[in-house]
Design a protein around this ligand. Structure first.
Ligand SMILES: CC(=O)CC(=O)SCCNC(=O)CCNC(=O)[C@H](O)C(C)(C)COP(=O)(O)OP(=O)(O)OC[C@H]1O[C@@H](n2cnc3c(N)ncnc32)[C@H](O)[C@@H]1OP(=O)(O)O
Ligand SMILES: NC(=O)C1=CN([C@@H]2O[C@H](COP(=O)(O)OP(=O)(O)OC[C@H]3O[C@@H](n4cnc5c(N)ncnc54)[C@H](OP(=O)(O)O)[C@@H]3O)[C@@H](O)[C@H]2O)C=CC1
Length: 283
């Protein structure tokens, strides 16, 4: 199966990054969100990154225009009728994702593959919302998408070999290295990363260290590129909490209990960089 038109649902930090790498690989892209201001914000972000690439001499102004020319924006899910492959990157919320997959299943051609960029929700659960579970798969990009090399590829129980191969090959076309994970809450990446971040929040909650001290220990002591609290702010504290809840509920194991301080921050609207305040403040 040849993918020519690639749909992305959600133009947030992950969705616009995915749209960018897909367009840079030569695909026609439809980037969809619920409001015009969100797709415009996503497009502005892509334009800013491509402009920096031009300044750095990594691409020409003509290449930048060609990439932008391949991205169509949409606020109507019906536009996804034209897509051969769709990646959903909407908010990490199960009812929202279920509804999107139910709707895409009706709108898209029966041949279209429907992937989710979910951080943690089992793919089999999402696939069961459609009449095409063999064409549903996890295609999990890392943040920031244009920079990070990994795509975690997750098969649900019913995912076909063809769907897997198309997704694997697309990841390579996007300049990424795919790694396969089986379908359990949090897959590989967040099964390991998010308990570490949650433990860093516990360390703060218990007064073991200030945010700066916790991050410095992990950056300089373990050579992590970012400290765990800075990374949590980048990911989004709402997303971190949603992932911990999926792990906690999915495994019924208290070792995944979300730190009460993480919940408190989310309830206060301190979501990290995207809201201007999380463990740190952003202007
Ligand atoms: C939650 C999930 O489900 C899964 C996840 O994604 S978990 C999160 C996974 N991501 C990580 O762990 C990221 C950890 N952090 C890092 O790797 C690095 O700090 C980083 C790549 C984000 C930034 O790198 P850095 O060296 O500290 O900063 P900086 O020099 O500013 O950036 C390096 C390059 O990345 C680019 N970059 C940084 N942020 C970017 C962004 N948001 N979009 C596009 N490009 C970006 C910069 O422009 C720069 O490019 P050049 O080399 O061409 O100049
Ligand atoms: N943040 C990260 O580091 C990573 C996140 N992910 C996953 O990617 C997905 C997106 O995360 P992220 O980009 O950070 O989140 P963001 O909040 O930045 O973006 C999500 C976008 O989806 C929009 N949206 C919500 N509902 C719908 C809908 N029904 N149709 C279309 N768009 C919708 C949101 O709009 P509104 O603002 O109105 O809600 C928002 O613009 C999540 O599943 C997350 O777990 C995966 C890897 C890394």
């Amino acid at each position: 199966m040849e993918v020519k038109t690639f749909g992305v649902i959600g133009a947030g930090q992950m969705g616009n990054g995915i749209a960018q790498v897909a367009a840079m690989s030569g695909l026609q892209v439809i980037m969809n969100d619920i409001k015009e201001e969100f797709v415009q914000r996503g497009l502005n972000n892509i334009t800013g990154i491509l402009s920096k690439n031009v300044e750095k001499g990594k691409m020409t102004a003509e290449e930048k225009s060609a990439v932008l020319g391949r991205i169509k924006t949409s606020v109507n899910l019906q536009d996804l009728e034209a897509a051969d492959y769709v990646v959903e990157a909407a908010t990490e919320n199960q009812p929202i994702k279920f509804k999107i997959f139910q709707d895409l299943d009706k709108i898209c051609s029966p041949e279209t593959i429907l992937a989710s960029n979910t951080s943690s929700i089992p793919i089999g659960r999402i696939a069961a919302q459609t009449k095409r579970p063999e064409k549903v798969i996890g295609m999990h990009f890392m943040n920031p998408v244009p920079v990070m090399k990994l795509v975690e590829v997750i098969r649900g129980l019913a995912t076909s070999d063809e769907t897997f191969k198309v997704t694997w090959d697309l990841s390579i076309k996007f300049g990424k290295t795919p790694a396969e994970s089986s379908d359990f809450p949090g897959f590989i990446a967040n099964r390991i990363l998010m308990p570490m971040i949650n433990e860093a929040v516990y360390a703060l909650y218990h007064g073991v260290g200030t945010p700066e001290a916790i991050d410095t220990v992990m950056k300089l002591g373990m050579n992590h590129p970012m400290g765990p609290l800075t990374l949590a702010d980048l990911i989004g504290l709402d997303t971190c909490l949603a992932i911990m809840e999926t792990l906690y509920e999915g495994f019924c194991d208290s070792k995944y209990r979300p730190c009460p301080l993480l919940r408190k921050y989310v309830e206060a609207g301190w979501l990290g960089r995207k809201s201007g305040r999380g463990f740190y403040e952003y202007k």
